[in-house]
Design a protein around this ligand. Sequence first.
Ligand code: IMP
Length: 437
Amino acid sequence: MPGTCVIGLQWGDEAKGKLVDLLTAEHEIVVRYLGGANAGHTVVTGGEQFKLHHIPSGILNPGVDNVIGPGVVVNPAVILQEIDGLEQRAISVDRLKISDRVHLVFPWHITEDHLTNARLVGGENIGTTLRGIGPCYRDKVGRTTAIRLGDLFRSDFAERVERIVEIKRQQLSAFDPDIAGQLDAPAIIDEYRGYARRLEPFACDTTPWLLDAVEADRAILFEGAQGSLLDIDHGTFPFVTSTNSSGVGVAAGAGVPFKAVGRMIGVAKAYTTRVGGGPFPTELEDAMGDRIRELGNEYGTTTGRPRRCGWFDAVAVRYAARLSGVDEIALMMLDVVSRLPEVRVCTKYRIGERETGDFPSHVDDLRQVEPVWESFAGWETDITGARVWDDLPLAAQRYIQRIAELVGRPVTRVSVGPDRVQTIDVPLERTALEAGG
Ligand code: IMP
């Protein structure tokens, strides 16, 4: 049975964690394959809330194997806090495996992130999560100053850190000599040796293990992080993260063949949010944007930053769905727009006299577009108690079907609240595309 993948179709924070948690019941293995402590996956189960950064959401289901694949960058202090937090709440982490190929975030990466993030790109700050993600991936690609989890357990670890600290000191002194001088190799070696002792039971070469699982036809769920529009190659560069966070990155990050993914589920919110800098055509910089932020509690899981809010952008989501090879859509947080007097969707972009359904490759062009709106009278109903399609107001049903039509993919699930039970499976004949629009 080829695996299932859950991919964000916007700029992250699409509530993927909830969907992964729901799908975990049908899978034996959950794999996280990219990003690191920049991600914040919130899962609410049994009235309890869990916030995970590195560890796959499958950890909350006993009996499921959880894998952190080679494409992830791990901050050892943060992942150990996650492990401790889970154990304190009696959640076992025995079934967690971390690839010994993951790259490790070191203090200099976080320093570099702070120093470079302050520099403006085209007049605007990228607004990274300051977790050292970009600098760690930069070192991975550069190779000479990178350290992987497997290196922690080798006899030349200390020597390696000393050599890298020397290089980092030289590089950082160009920015700030005081900060460069604070890098203390012996202290870092001691600290990371402590982490090594605690992480050793989880570390292994997950690649052959996962390949065996693929060949044995085990049910695997790949848990995307961030969103397709933050993809380093296909997103709103340079206002992106440092990985292929769209569907194209799954095989590389997990270490499996493309054929291992048979079903791609795209996750989108019923509106749009973005954290950090970069163009956002449907952004609402007014009271309506504030209203959505409050109703949706749109504050970053990782950084607590208020998220920028706007209407659903069908041009952007359609692009992401096509790029990521999405088969079906899970539409999240419909309860939030259900409280509004009017709901809008951007159906096309207007550039001068021309209208287009294509998503521009350059952010300067994206900044110039004007959304073409389609407006819906709000249904202003509390739908958090809805459990089946027929519980939804007709206007909400039409909104869902119109989104499916515009994006060109069926909406098969709708979420009306944070809990597992607040989810509606859309009957096949109602998913718009099946219904012929
Ligand atoms: P970085 O991944 O920390 O380098 O941040 C780069 C950009 O991606 C910034 O705009 C971040 O706000 C955004 N970003 C990174 N991770 C997430 C996420 O999990 N959710 C939403 N935005 C994210």
